[in-house]
Write a protein that binds this ligand. Structure first.
Ligand code: ATP
Ligand code: MG
Length: 260
């Protein structure tokens, strides 16, 4: 099982959107995929139409080892796609992770027992630099970094790269691959990209070259209502005949399938 997480240290950067579309395309292609909702806001759980019943184990109980990891996994309405859900109680795990000493490796350890059951595990991270975020990065073989094409997005990119390099170089908690930076809500008018999007994507290239010594900016996700519509209707972008919009998702999926 390859574990790939969506990380970006600000709200509304496209983390959950990327997780959902990437996981659904992998599952649609026949791979078995485990989704992990590691955000107490639980947007991924909601997008999948999953309801957490009061006694049902979630990621909280899995991380605290109150249940076996398998007992926190649920089927979704989609073939090949499974979910470890969350709800707002997940916030209670922060102290547990901070107190354990090896909090950055907790999720990795919990996922090890189900690694044989899935081809891929795709994790949705919270927007804050929290203990949950650290354990998500620590569990990852690879990271996807969605970044809104805005000034707020560029700040998120810098904060995110700072954290990843710190975990890699100082704490040795991450030695995976960075799949790339995915510009999110790239705005076009007719056949032209807006000057604001253009200059923000140029800045993303410069920042990623500065931090990673290579330009890791991938094809962008365009500003479009179709993504929300696809989620609401439970369809893939291909099923909605939006092949152009699906292209950036396909590129990420190919990169994930190329992981060693
Ligand atoms: P949070 O940090 O709050 O978890 P996030 O980084 O997970 O946010 P998303 O929830 O994926 O970000 O996306 C932010 C919003 O943008 C959502 O309301 C989503 O429906 C919307 N959205 C998704 N795709 C697009 C798109 N292509 N164009 C415009 N808006 C989009
Ligand atoms: Mg989210």
């Amino acid at each position: 099982m390859h574990t790939v997480s969506s990380i970006s240290l600000a709200g509304g950067q496209g983390k959950t959107t990327v997780v959902l579309f990437v996981a659904r395309l992998l599952a649609f292609q026949g791979h078995t995929v485990l989704l992990v909702d590691a955000d107490p806001q639980s947007s991924l759980t909601t997008f999948l139409g999953h309801t957490v019943e009061p006694d049902n184990p979630t990621l909280l109980e899995v991380l605290k080892k109150q249940v076996n990891t398998e007992d926190g996994i649920y089927k979704t309405q989609y073939d090949n796609l499974f979910l470890i859900p969350s709800d707002d109680a997940l916030d209670n795990v922060q102290d547990y992770l901070a107190g354990s000493g090896t909090g950055a490796f907790t999720l990795k350890k919990r996922l090890a027992s189900v690694a044989k059951l899935f081809d891929y595990c795709i994790v949705d991270a919270p927007p804050q630099r929290s203990q949950i975020c650290l354990t998500v990065i620590g569990a990852s073989d690879a990271l996807m970094i969605p970044i809104e094409t805005s000034v707020k997005g560029l700040q998120s990119l810098i904060r995110t790269l700072e954290l990843i390099t710190e975990l890699r170089d100082d704490q040795e908690a991450f030695n995976g691959e960075i799949l790339g930076v995915i510009p999110f809500r790239d705005r076009w008018v007719g056949l032209r990209r807006t000057t604001e999007s253009e200059s923000n994507i140029e800045s993303m290239k410069q920042i990623s070259t500065q931090w990673l010594e290579s330009d890791l900016v991938l094809p962008s996700i365009r500003e479009s209502e179709k993504f929300k519509q696809a989620i609401n209707k439970g369809l893939t972008l291909h099923q909605m005949h939006q092949d152009d919009l699906a292209y950036p998702i396909e590129v990420i999926v190919e990169k994930i399938k190329g992981l060693k």
